[in-house]
Every structure is written in C-alpha cells, then in structure tokens.
Write a protein that binds this ligand. Structure first.
Ligand code: ARG
Length: 556
C-alpha cells in the first residue's frame, strides 16, 4: 500500500481540494521525517486555485480530521502530515503481501550464464549466472512466466583446438572417464604449445571445419567434449541452486542463420565492405554490424539475430533479457538495431542488462587454468570458511554441513548482488562472511533470530496494548515492511537485484535495533503487537532471501 493513499483519502473531499486532479501525485514523502511523513506543497496549487499557498495550506490543516493523523501543520505553505503510528500499523502490517503474484499472462526470457563450454566456469561467469537467476526470480514473483535460457557457447574454434590437443597428446576414451578437467588441461597445453608450433593452428582449423560439416569422427569427439562440459556446468549450477529451462547453445542455430542473411539481403540492408557483409549503422551512431565475414564465416551477431527470431517464434515473449558484461554493450546495441531495421516489432522488447567486473583481491585464489579463480574453488573455500566460523562460534544447528553451504554459497552470491550491477567490485571472502557486517550471513542470522522468537512464543499467554507500537522504531519497521513490494517492482524495472539486497540489510538493522530496545516476551507472556511485527519481518526476510536465491536457515 502506498502510504500517500492514507493522506489522499482523508483530504480529497476537502472543499478547496475537491477539483484538483493530480492531488495524489502532488503528495511527497518527506526525506526528513521530523517534518512529518508526507507533505503537500501548496505552491503547486496556487495557480490553479488562484490562492496564496499559505491560505491553501491553512485551509487544509483546518479541515483535516479523523484519527489517521497525529499532527498536521503548515510550514511555509507545505502541509506536513504526521501519520498516526497505531493506525498505520493496523492498516499495514497484516496486509503486507509476500506471496508470488498471480500469473499476468506475460512471458519473459532471461539469457544468462551462457558460458563458453571450452572454458571452466570461473569468477567471470559468476555475475551473469547470479544476476540472471535473481532477475528471473523477481519476474517470476511478479507473475511473469519466465524462461531461463543458458545459451552455452558450444561452437567455434575452441572445439577444433580441443580435438587437436586430444589427438596429439591425449586419448578420446579418457574424455568421459576423466571429465572436463582432462579436456581443460589439454586445451591449456594447446594454447601454450601453439605459440611455437604453427601446425597446431592449421590442424585446429581443420577440425573446426570437420565439426561444422558433421564429419563423423570430429562430431563424435565434439559430442563427448560437450557432454562432459555440460555435466560439469550443471553440477556447479546444482550446487548454486540455479536452474535453466533450456541449455540450447549456439550450435543449435547453425542452420538458422542463412534465412536471416537472406532476409537482410531482401530488405536491402546488407552492404559489402572489404569483402565482408555488413549492416551499416552509421546513421544510428553504431558503426556497422558485421553479418558475414570476408572468409564467409558467420558471426556472433548473426547468430544472436537468428536466436532472437527463433525465440520469438517459440515463446512469443513480451520481454527478452540478456545478462552479460559491459564489454558486450556495443554488440547488443548493434544487433538490436538491426533487428529493428528488419521490421521486427519485438526488437523494442529486448533488453541488454550488463554488469561490471567482479574480481578477487590479487593473489587470493590462483587457478590451475589461468589467472581467474574457478567458481568451484571459490565455493569450496567459502563453504569451508563458513564451517570454520560456525564451529568456532558454536552456532546452533542440526546440520553443520547444510548450514555451511547455506552460508558459504549465500556469501558468494551476495557478493555479486549487494552492489549496483554496473559497479566493479572486489570480492572479499572474510568480509562477506562476517555475521555483523552488511552481509548475507547477517541477514540469515536475523531471519533465524526471528524464527527462534516466533517458536519460543508458541503457546505462551498473549497480552498487548496499542501504546506498545506508538514509537518511532516500530513505525520505521512498519514503513519499511510496507515498501517491500515497491522495492521488488523497482528492482524488476531497473534490473537491479541490489535494491532487494539493500532493502533486506536495512530491514535487519531496523529490526535488530527494535529487538534490542523492546521486550517481545515479558515474564512469559507475549506482546502480541510486537510478535506480529516479528512474524512479518521473518516472512519478508525469507521471501527476500528466496528472491536472491539465498537459503534462509531456520536456526543459526
Ligand atoms: N557465451 C557468451 C560469452 O561468454 C555470452 C553469450 C550471451 N548471450 C547471447 N545471446 N549473446 O561471452
């Protein structure tokens, strides 16, 4: 509920305001609540009402009646409304919705994670995987049908390189036996050796062509590589509790590109430039979108065009979201424009959601396969550290392993989710696992605290007088709880999971202050109003954590 509607309902019939059409929109929340919760700036009405703002404000103050206000005052033509805390408590607390909305009939796809299968999942893939899954959760919560798509990179020269490496130094049968580590190791060796051995590059190119032409040996080895890579990626996604509706990768669209090229030609959009086929986007200040390379090869953009068209046929989506790093901004801007020029109306419903760099402090975790830390190593490290912390703290739990995972994995995810997605950030494991910082364990701990209070209160005698809620600490929580739904909507609109992260951190700090200052249980009797508040905080924290894909432990 928008608290302004409480004010609106009680002033809309005042004679002087009766004919003001935009009255609701004129009401503003005060940043400083010592001036009242909500204000009506009367200078905005002076012209239409042909009255002095002071006169209007005095009139409104004089005619404000009812128990919804504690106080109404005119300060220099601003009417400041101080809401009655008890009234708001009773209006709001039981009405805060934390249930998923009913289906709205709209479909959105989220293309995220989409890792290149030739590479191990490393820290560079965390942001897209985590942000994409949270955006999916948020849209689903708001009633959309969500398709989570992992457009894996299963096409291109890396696979020719891998086959070359396997043929030279390895053994095809070991692929399935030894899994992705084996293939990955050979790939790294290839990249080192090819510096001195040109024939490797030629071989790799040949194998790539053979894969493309579906030649049996190439295809057989390729399929094995893909299969072990997908198995490993799925294993990691399982640990992260992130799921997909489709793992259809780039290769699937191989035969869907020619029709796109034909259509572009037909529509007069293609131009030859230095032997390549391009769509000139100079007019749109986007340079050119390359469609066919001078050697006849297809490109990333062409494939994305084919993919979007195919997805529209499949899903008739209302919104399509692509989550990748900022480095790909221009790529998306270009092909979105090409799709628009092709006359595809749905081009306007595609959205590129980009993010900054997420890294570790230098030298923290090296990787066997290059400079970047592997997600599986980060997870292990974080879970181990969490186990150590809960053991030292003597944290209450029935299942140390499960709790270590909830905390450890939560911390890795929250590291990505806590700041604006475009900001570059450095992940600090120690700080992320601090129970008292701006961290996910802090939120989980507060949730567990609420849960333990609620359990403790079961079966106790109940008392409560309304005056118990007439204080600013309670009121702040009530107002904050009340803004939960708006926070979710705003985070969907701006594709910003961090709104929810920050919302939860604020809720925890308001709640913990309340918890320290007020007794919920007094001589074995439960203060009913306060308990209602704890129950709501608990419910909202759980829903919020769920949206972020972080587990809420009942005990901690
Ligand atoms: N595989 C690509 C990469 O790792 C990301 C793909 C993003 N999705 C897309 N439809 N282009 O850079």
């Amino acid at each position: 509920m928008d608290l302004r509607s409480i004010v609106f309902d009680s002033i809309k019939n005042i004679e002087i305001l009766k004919d003001v059409d935009n009255l609701f929109d004129l009401l503003k929340f005060n940043a400083d609540v010592s001036n009242g919760d909500i204000a009506l700036p009367c200078f905005a009405l002076a012209k239409t009402l042909r009255q002095n703002p002071m006169v209007i404000a005095d009139n409104v103050v004089a005619n404000c009646t009812g128990d919804v206000f504690e106080k109404v005052e005119n300060v220099n033509g601003y009417v400041n409304f101080f809401l009655n805390k008890k009234v708001v408590f009773n209006l709001v607390v039981d009405n805060i919705e934390t249930k998923e909305k009913e289906k709205n009939g709209k479909t959105v796809f989220v293309d995220f994670s989409s890792l290149n299968l030739a590479k191990y999942m490393h820290i560079g893939h965390l942001s897209t995987t985590v942000i994409g899954s949270v955006i999916s959760n948020i849209y689903e919560f708001l009633g959309y049908t969500v398709k989570r798509l992992n457009y894996v990179g299963d096409y291109g020269t890396p696979f020719g390189k891998m086959i070359t490496a396997i043929k030279r130094w390895g053994n095809e049968d070991d692929i399935e036996k030894l899994g992705v580590d084996y293939v990955q190791g050979l790939y790294v060796k290839f990249n080192v050796e090819c510096e001195n051995d040109e024939s490797l590059i030629t071989d790799a190119r040949n194998w790539s062509l053979k894969i493309e032409n579906n030649e049996s040996e190439a295809k057989r080895i390729y399929d094995k590589i893909i299969s072990v890579s997908i198995t490993e990626a799925k294993r990691l996604c399982d640990i992260l509790q992130i799921y997909f509706d489709s793992w259809r990768g780039e290769a699937y669209y191989n035969d869907k590109m020619q029709p796109v090229i034909d259509e572009l030609k037909e529509k007069g959009l293609l131009k030859t430039s230095e032997g390549a086929q391009i769509v000139d986007l100079e007019e749109h200040k986007l340079g050119a979108c390359m469609i066919v390379k001078s050697d006849g090869g297809s490109l990333y953009a062409t494939r994305d065009l084919a993919t979007a068209i195919d997805r529209y046929d499949t899903y008739k989506f209302d919104l399509g979201i692509y989550v990748t790093s900022v480095q790909q901004n221009l790529h998306f801007a270009r092909w979105f424009k090409v799709l628009e020029l092709m006359g595809k109306d749905y081009a306007k419903n595609l959205k590129h959601v980009s993010y900054g760099t997420y890294s570790l402090p230098t030298g923290k975790i090296g990787s066997r396969f290059g400079k970047q830390a592997l997600v599986k190593d980060m997870l292990d490290l974080s879970i181990n550290k969490a186990r150590e912390i809960i053991t030292t703290r003597g944290t209450k739990t029935e299942d140390v392993e499960k709790l270590s995972k909830d905390i450890g994995i939560g911390a890795i995810k929250f590291g990505v989710l806590k700041t604006e997605r475009l900001k570059d950030c450095v992940f600090d494991l120690e700080a992320s696992l601090n129970f008292d910082g701006e961290t996910s364990p802090y939120i989980q701990y507060t949730y567990a605290r609420c849960n333990s209070i609620v359990n403790k209160c079961k079966g106790m005698d109940v008392f409560g007088k309304e005056d118990d809620i007439d204080n600013i600490d309670t009121f702040e929580i009530v107002k904050h709880l009340n803004s939960f739904e708006k926070t979710i909507i705003d985070s969907a609109t701006d594709y910003e999971p961090c709104y929810i992260s920050r919302y939860l951190l604020n809720l925890c700090s308001l709640f913990n202050k309340f918890y320290n200052n007020y007794r919920i249980i007094d001589e074995n009797r439960v203060n009913n109003y306060r308990l209602r508040l704890v129950e709501k905080v608990k419910e909202v924290l759980k829903t919020g954590l769920n949206l972020l894909g972080i587990n809420a432990p009942e005990m901690m």
